[in-house]
Write a protein that binds this ligand. Structure first.
Ligand SMILES: O=C(O)CCC(=O)C(=O)O
Ligand SMILES: [Fe+2]
Length: 268
């Protein structure tokens, strides 16, 4: 069994939302605090520009019950029965599609976010890579109908990739458009540690609510203009809501993993 099974996973010592600084980033990676928010990461004009660019991009839909639109590439879609080569071969095309969308936007949210993290982190921050190539980072999502309870934890989801070596995983999302009502994200402080047979990759989406019953939780609002960061080993879910006419809940984000040498690597 992996080392993740032997040590009980850490839990929050404080709930609520914190600013981005070195200490808080470390606490979030260690799963000691619930949420970091960067208010006003982008101006209202920049949000509008991003929304227009995203809407004109090549939107696809995940094969799950609630309709989740996206642009980009998710590594975990390759976790069962697909060789790593397939994933790394798909990266350049996905990158070109994202670059095309961002070229229509008045700013680059990926570059801005990496700069904000690098400004507070003493080790290098950048898009993940390994011998086979560069990962893809930066999924644009349309999540107005909500997202079911799930976990994102590469040591279990992606054990055969370099990102499987991380000891902390965060997800950041920049929200460019918010719903009129609803759309909150609930993060449950019940860090994922399922029993798995060596080599097995567990189902991590549509988790049983019993897993989080009675655990502390933090609820954040997906406010347009802000970036919100949380520890994705905690099961989390997004409530559906009511959009403005023609609107949605539109974001771009990726994961951030802390490698054994404490570099921060980004992927989606
Ligand atoms: O959109 C959100 O609030 C969270 C999305 C999510 O599940 C993630 O970033 O891992
Ligand atoms: Fe997630």
């Amino acid at each position: 069994m992996g080392r993740t099974m032997q040590v009980p996973p850490p839990t929050w010592t404080a709930e609520g939302e914190f600013d981005l600084n070195t200490e808080n980033l470390r606490l979030l990676l260690d799963n000691r605090i619930a949420v970091i928010r960067i208010p006003g990461f982008a101006t209202p004009a920049e949000c509008k520009s991003f929304v227009a660019a995203a809407r004109s991009g090549p939107i696809k839909y995940y094969s799950v019950a609630t309709r989740i639109g996206y642009i980009g590439l998710a590594q975990y879609e390759y976790r069962w029965g697909r060789p790593k080569e397939d994933f790394f071969e798909a990266v350049p095309q996905a990158r070109r599609e994202l670059d095309e969308v961002i070229s229509h936007c008045s700013f680059n949210p990926m570059e801005r976010l990496i700069a904000r993290l690098q400004a507070v982190w003493p080790r290098p921050v950048g898009v993940a890579q390994e011998e086979m190539g560069l990962y893809y980072a930066g999924i644009i999502r349309f999540t107005g109908e909500g997202v079911a309870l799930h976990c994102d934890w590469a040591p279990l989801n992606s054990p055969h990739y370099a990102i499987g070596q991380i000891d902390g995983q965060l997800g950041w999302n920049f929200f460019a458009e918010e719903l009129a009502t609803g759309g909150q994200t609930t993060v449950h402080n019940a860090p994922w540690a399922p029993e798995v047979k060596p080599g097995d990759i567990p189902q991590s989406y549509g988790l049983d609510p019993a897993l989080v019953a009675g655990s502390p939780k933090a609820v954040y609002q997906a406010t347009a203009g802000d970036v919100v960061i949380f520890n994705t080993r905690n099961p989390h879910e997004i409530a559906g809501g009511v959009a403005e006419p023609g609107g949605s809940r539109i974001s771009i984000g990726s994961f951030v993993g802390r490698m054994p040498d404490h570099q921060l690597m980004l992927w989606s």
